[in-house]
Design a binder for this molecule. Structure first.
Ligand code: PLP
Length: 424
């Protein structure tokens, strides 16, 4: 329905109807939290055999006992496992503890305080800036805010960040030191970067010698369907172009085994890896290698990880599909609401026209919580008040069904209110 064509009287009547509808929906009286992309309990059960086998594993590795100090780069079999995921050499990997966000934070801290390779610390170079494609992952933006890194918001397109905007910026401004990318099943848009975008990021001219691409491949193996999106290997392109030192890539098993209690890794050139290990020497005695042995035993190799991810997909897919079914029934062809149809990852991105905050507020008033509107933009500044991130993983199907009904209704109410305001 095109609300903008209705009179104020008609809108008021419709508003009352939708408010009544909300009361009807909320008679089910559920409470749903969809603020973060947490795996659901049945997903967490998938990795329980890993814990059950932990006592029987052989921890005495060739390089030393995993239960003891040593092996700061991680155990070799875990380096090999992540090398397969990143499609790089094991020597180009450091395996760390439960959170890849932790490594990202540390890598930026090292750059700020000690500089990237032989370059001046970012702290001594005046104002520094990062390119932040948006909508994007709020925790990337929070790291920038914490370190006082100025964020330049750049639009996300269907093929990745808008390279036509990025290229002239990074080519002319040496204070731009980095770009955040979630290249596969992006958070929250679900977009996988096109080959062309990957090539342009790896080869673009940059004014800063110490520019880095933060390639957060958090959803590398997180397909919802048998036909997985194919992401071009940025390391291959960069190796050929002589820009390999530009790339830091990150991944973890947070959404393969246990959220925050799995293992994580960074992939980078051997030069970068050596430099990072030097900094890490002062920071830590080494990673939790016992957990690494458990993970290698359970995950085995990329083929087996893909099998495990099919079990996750079987739980996640019906939730995404329920959303798609209900949204297309409610809004197909409507101009004032658009939504993504991701084929992997953890999020659905909803775009409205100037009432995202109000929608999240209406839903929260009936105990259905979505990520705060604005969170997907640097400084939480979504100028168009347009984007809402939906995290379907954690609720069960009944809760999901309820939350979508509330969301659909909240969108209608907020849009009618907006049109009424314009009429008054
Ligand atoms: C894009 C992205 N990167 C990183 C993370 C966090 O990863 P980890 O649990 O390895 O810290 C998330 C979690 O939602 C994410 O969406």
């Amino acid at each position: 329905m095109d609300y903008s064509k209705l009179s104020a009287e008609e809108l008021k009547e419709l508003l009352q109807q939708e408010q009544k509808e909300l009361k009807k929906i909320t008679k089910r009286g559920l409470t749903v939290d969809m603020t973060r992309g947490r795996p659901a309990k049945d997903q967490l059960e998938i990795a329980m055999p890993m814990l059950q086998r932990a006592g029987e594993l052989d921890y005495a590795l060739k390089a030393g006992d995993a239960r003891n100090y040593g092996q700061p780069q991680g155990i070799r079999p875990a380096m090999e496992l992540f090398a397969e995921i990143f499609d790089v050499k094991p020597e180009e990997v450091i395996v760390a503890d439960g959170s890849s966000l932790n490594i990202m934070y540390n890598v930026i801290q090292f750059a700020m305080q000690f500089g990237v390779l032989d370059n001046e610390p970012w702290n001594n170079q005046g104002k520094i800036k990062f390119i932040c494609p948006a909508p994007g992952y709020d925790r990337h933006f929070s790291i920038c805010e914490k370190f006082g890194i100025e964020m330049i918001t750049v639009p996300m397109t269907k093929t990745g960040p808008d390279m036509d905007v990025i290229e002239p910026l990074v080519a002319s401004d040496a204070s731009i030191k980095g770009i955040w990318c979630v290249p596969k099943y992006s958070n929250p848009t679900g977009v996988t970067f096109s080959d062309k975008t990957v090539e342009r990021i790896a080869t673009m001219k940059v004014a800063a010698k110490d520019f880095r691409v933060f390639w957060d491949n958090a959803y590398a193996v997180h397909a919802l369907y048998d036909t997985d999106d194919k992401l071009k290997n940025i390391f291959d392109v960069a190796r050929k172009a002589g820009t390999i030192d530009r790339i830091y890539s990150f991944a973890s098993t947070s959404k393969v085994t246990f959220g925050g209690s799995g293992i994580s890794a960074i992939a980078a050139s051997e030069t970068n890896i050596k430099s990072l290990l030097k900094h890490m020497f002062f920071m830590t005695i080494g990673p939790n290698k016992v957990v690494q042995v458990m993970h290698v035993d359970f995950l085995k190799d990329l083929d087996n990880i893909k099998k495990i991810m099919k079990q996750h997909a079987a739980i996640l897919r019906p939730k995404f599909e329920l959303f798609e079914k209900k949204f297309s029934e409610a809004f197909e062809g409507e101009e004032y609401v658009q939504w993504s149809k991701p084929r992997g990852g953890y999020f659905i991105s909803v775009d409205v026209k100037g009432c995202a905050k109000r929608i999240v507020e209406i839903a929260a008033s009936v105990d259905v919580k979505f990520t705060a509107a604005g969170s997907t933009f640097p400084y939480k500044l979504d100028d168009a008040d347009s984007n809402i991130r939906i995290a379907p993983s954690c609720p069960n199907l009944e809760e999901m069904d309820y939350a979508i009904d509330v969301l659909i209704n909240a969108i209608k109410i907020a849009e009618i209110e907006l049109q009424l305001k314009r009429k008054q």
